[in-house]
Design a protein. Structure first.
Length: 134
């Protein structure tokens, strides 16, 4: 991935999508805690976010759409921070839709976060293979 990233010479664009969610301090806090508590899931979310950014960039999507998709992929499992370990295990194995809804509810509480991010998080559940659920 590193070689592909360098080949694309896309640092500015990727920094832009990261700066987009960084303007929301609550998101930065959530992501920091999520990365600490769920390192494997964080790494998978990062890969998913990078992949969504790459595909949306290659297909000519607007910068705002790339920002929204990247952010949604980074935060689609943030709901794990709001449930017990037992519930988290059950939601990730049996009912991924419930986990995505918990994540979307948490994101709705972020001041000034565009509704498109929440809708994109909910939309991720339609493609469970991409998140490793299946």
């Amino acid at each position: 991935l590193d070689q592909l990233h360098r080949y694309l010479n896309a640092n500015d664009d990727l920094q832009d999508v990261c700066a987009y969610y960084s303007q929301f301090p609550i998101l930065v806090q959530l992501l920091t805690v999520f990365a600490d508590l769920h390192e494997d899931r964080f790494n998978r979310a990062l890969l998913l976010a990078w992949g969504s950014w790459f595909i949306s960039r290659a297909s000519g999507e607007s910068q705002i759409k790339r920002r929204v998709l990247f952010t949604a992929c980074m935060f689609h499992e943030v709901g794990l921070l709001f449930v017990t370990d037992q519930q988290a295990e059950r939601y990730t194995k049996e009912n991924q839709e419930r986990l995505v809804l918990i994540s979307s509810h948490a994101l709705r509480k972020v001041p000034n976060l565009p509704d498109g991010v929440v809708k994109a998080v909910i939309g991720i559940n339609r493609y469970p293979v991409s998140t490793g659920f299946m």
